[in-house]
Ligand binder design. Structure first.
Ligand code: CU
Length: 159
């Protein structure tokens, strides 16, 4: 019986130590936080994000709207270079069951939030691509990209 208690205690302690180590790792990890708002005028309030190759970003999308999500939903999809954005957005319009991300293009999407409505938020964490250049991010809710709901992730090497 005593052995069992000892064993249980040591397992508990090991678990605690592991938890502390993980917590410490989380604190030291360098993740830059960015909040982007989507509003009823079909725009993002942040249209340029500048970052360095390999940087870790945590982007939170906040939607401000009193309209139902079915009428005014927003997401953020950050897309790889070289993708025809019109094709991607057009294909994604009908991909409601996949968060409005066309499955055929999904491997060319660096990161994407859920499609959310007024009062909701969603956060994505991703590593900025190693290749410098401009990466477009868009809202794939039907019509929003064509209404101007887009921005640029500009990746440049540190000076
Ligand atoms: Cu939108």
């Amino acid at each position: 019986m005593k052995t069992l208690i000892k064993l249980t205690l040591s397992i508990l302690l090991t678990g605690l130590m592991a938890a502390q180590i993980f917590a410490a790792a989380g604190e030291t990890e360098n993740v830059r936080e960015i909040t982007v708002k989507g509003t009823d005028n079909m725009k993002f309030d942040v249209t340029l994000i500048e970052a360095e190759p390999g940087e870790k970003l945590r982007v939170t999308l906040v939607v401000e709207s009193n309209l139902p999500k079915a009428a005014m939903g927003h997401n953020i999809a950050i897309v790889d270079q070289g993708v025809n954005m019109d094709d991607f957005v057009f294909a994604s319009m009908t991909a409601k069951d996949n968060e409005y991300i066309a499955p055929a293009f999904q491997d060319q999407v660096i990161a994407f939030t859920k499609m959310i409505g007024g009062g909701e938020t969603d956060t994505i964490e991703f590593t900025v691509p190693d290749t410098p250049g401009e990466y477009e991010y868009v809202c794939t809710f039907p019509g929003h990209y064509f209404g101007g709901m887009k921005g640029i992730l500009r990746v440049t090497n540190p000076a």
